[in-house]
Design a protein around this ligand. Structure first.
Ligand code: ZN
Length: 293
C-alpha cells in the first residue's frame, strides 16, 4: 500500500473512532439508569441529564469496575454521589475499589453498626478520603422530609423513618435506604433489599410510593415484593438484579408471577445483562444490553 493510502486509512480510522466516542458520550440531555450486570448483588449507575452520576451499591466484587467502564466514557472519573443501601457483602464489596479509583463527591449511607470486613474497608475509605457523608433515608429531620437534590432530579427519601446511625439489625435488609428518583413526570423506585417487615411500614404510611420503574427489592426474593406494596408502586417496568444460577433461587417464581399478573415488563440481569432505562422526563424507555455486551 502506498504511504499516502496508509495515511488516508489511518485518518479514516481516527475519524471513525472520534465519531464513536461522540455518539457514545453522555450526557445526552436524558436520564439513564443502568442496572449493572455484576452477578448476585446490586449495582446501579444513574447518569443525570446534567452530567452528574449517582452509584447505588457496588455488587459483590470488583466486576463493577468493568461494568462502569461499559456505561461511562473511559476518561470520566467523577461520581457525584455513592449510596450504600445497606452493608451486606453483595452491595458493599465493589464500592471499596470504586472509592479508591473514582473521584466521589459524597457518600449516602445509614451508618448502621455491622461487623463485616467489607463494610469496615468501605468506612475506612470514607474516613481516609474525608468524604462528605449524608445519612440517608431522612424523613426524620425535624419531622420534615429531607430530600436530596442533584442537578434536575430529586431523591425522594422514603426509608428509614428514623436514624439508624450506630444501630444494629438482626436482618440488615430491613434497614435498607429506600428512595424514589423523580425526574419530570417519571419516577424510579430503589428499595435496596428491604423485606416484608420494612415493606409493611411503607404500606402503612401515607407516602407517595408510585414509580414507573421498579428495581425489584432483594433480587426478586419472595421475602419482598408484597402485593400491597406493588399496588402502591404500580410500576410499568421492573428490573431484577441477580446472578446466573444463584444459590438463593432468585428471583422467586411468586415474584415473577406477581409482576406478570400486573403486566409489568420485567427484565433480569442474569438473562438480559445490563438493563438500561432512559427518560426525557416525559417518556420512559427500557432496553436490555444482552449478555454479551
Ligand atoms: Zn442483596
Amino acid at each position: 500500500m502506498e504511504l499516502a493510502q496508509k495515511i488516508l486509512w489511518a485518518g479514516v480510522a481516527m475519524l471513525a473512532f472520534l465519531l464513536g466516542l461522540c455518539l457514545f458520550s453522555l450526557p445526552d440531555g436524558k436520564l439513564h439508569v443502568f442496572v449493572l450486570d455484576i452477578g448476585q448483588g446490586d449495582s446501579i449507575l444513574i447518569q443525570l441529564p446534567t452530567d452528574e452520576r449517582i452509584l447505588i451499591d457496588g455488587g459483590p466484587d470488583n466486576s463493577v469496575l468493568n461494568e462502569l467502564g461499559k456505561v461511562m466514557p473511559f476518561y470520566e472519573k467523577n461520581i457525584d454521589l455513592v449510596i450504600l443501601s445497606h452493608p451486606h457483602l453483595d452491595h458493599v464489596n465493589g464500592l471499596v475499589e470504586v472509592l479508591k479509583r473514582y473521584r466521589v463527591g459524597a457518600v449516602m449511607m445509614t451508618g448502621v453498626s455491622y461487623n463485616y470486613s467489607g463494610y469496615a474497608a468501605f468506612l475506612e475509605q470514607v474516613t481516609q478520603q474525608h468524604l462528605p457523608v449524608v445519612y440517608g433515608g431522612a424523613k426524620f429531620s425535624n419531622g420534615r422530609g429531607v430530600d436530596y437534590r442533584l442537578g434536575t432530579v430529586i431523591l425522594d427519601m422514603i426509608f428509614p423513618f428514623d436514624s439508624e446511625q450506630g444501630r444494629t439489625f438482626e436482618n440488615q435488609n430491613n434497614g435498607s435506604i429506600v428512595f424514589r428518583l423523580l425526574y419530570g413526570k417519571k419516577s424510579f423506585y430503589f428499595p435496596g433489599d428491604l423485606e416484608m417487615e420494612g415493606e409493611e411500614k411503607l404500606v402503612a404510611s401515607n407516602l407517595n410510593l408510585h414509580a414507573d420503574f421498579l428495581k425489584a427489592p432483594h433480587h426478586g426474593s419472595r421475602t419482598s415484593d408484597t402485593v400491597p406494596l406493588l399496588e402502591r408502586i404500580q410500576p410499568q417496568y421492573a428490573a431484577i438484579s441477580c446472578g446466573v444460577n444463584n444459590k438463593f433461587g432468585h428471583p422467586h417464581a411468586i415474584t415473577l408471577q406477581h409482576f406478570q399478573e400486573r403486566h409489568i415488563a420485567t427484565y433480569r440481569t442474569d438473562l438480559d445483562g445490563i438493563i438500561e432505562a432512559v427518560s426525557d422526563g416525559d417518556r420512559l424507555w427500557v432496553k436490555a444490553w444482552g449478555k454479551n455486551s
